[in-house]
Ligand binder design. Structure first.
Ligand SMILES: [Zn+2]
Ligand SMILES: [Zn+2]
Length: 218
């Protein structure tokens, strides 16, 4: 969630009703990228509570995902380089190599037994608690927890980069865990459905393709 300005614009892009927007922003008139973190985090706590109550879950997810942080610059360049360097390898092997390269800041990832991509985001663990990986809300003392759906921002970040690195399309399935609703007991972690039907034969990702019914987003 890099910029409150972009977030506000996204609400219009997704046709969120003015009445809902007014309720989300009640008490928060001027919000910009320069607004201090504590205020931004209080705003997102309030905004998300309203969104969770008034909007369908897919829409909340899509809006936060559309605001995912750090998609360009050095991160993107690294992701493209990984895609090129490991082009000959299958997904499981690529994931092993990505997980062994902490400089990428892509955490660690694996395919679970159903062929879903499981991403454990970089674990920020400054004290004895995990922090959300999102720079907009990390490392501050808050009065109350932000709803866990905030992590769709983090999930969108990893989705973007893993799609490039693996050369597949991913569909976000769920937030496996979040520091927000566990009081920092658990890190940000995500599970994605691999949509690409072009996986090499024998790849565990292929197991997904026999699932005929649409994936239920939780
Ligand atoms: Zn973020
Ligand atoms: Zn997070």
């Amino acid at each position: 969630m890099p910029s409150p300005e972009k977030f506000r614009k996204t609400l219009d892009d997704f046709h969120v009703e003015q009445e809902i927007i007014d309720e989300m922003y009640r008490g928060f008139d001027i919000l910009t990228s320069k607004t201090n973190k504590k205020i931004k985090s209080a705003f997102f706590t309030q905004a998300l509570k309203v969104m969770n109550e008034k909007l369908p879950p897919e829409k909340v997810r899509e809006i936060f995902e559309a605001n995912a942080c750090c998609k360009s610059g050095a991160r993107e360049k690294n992701s493209r380089e990984i895609a090129k360097t490991y082009a000959g390898l299958d997904i499981a092997d690529r994931l092993k190599l990505i997980s062994m390269r902490p400089y990428l800041n892509m955490g660690s990832a694996e395919l679970d037994e159903d062929g879903f991509l499981l991403v454990h985001a970089v674990s920020y663990h400054p004290g004895d608690k995990y922090e959300c990986v999102c720079p907009t809300v990390s490392k501050i003392k808050r009065d109350c927890a932000i709803p866990r759906e905030y992590c769709c921002c983090c999930g969108g970040h990893f989705k973007y980069h893993y799609e490039i690195m693996l050369g597949v399309k991913l569909k976000p399935v769920e937030i496996v865990s979040s520091p927000h609703d566990t009081d920092g007991e658990k890190p940000c972690a995500f599970r994605y459905y691999i949509q690409d039907a072009q996986l090499p034969a024998g790849n565990p990702g292929n197991k997904n393709f026999c699932i005929g019914s649409p994936i239920v987003l939780s």
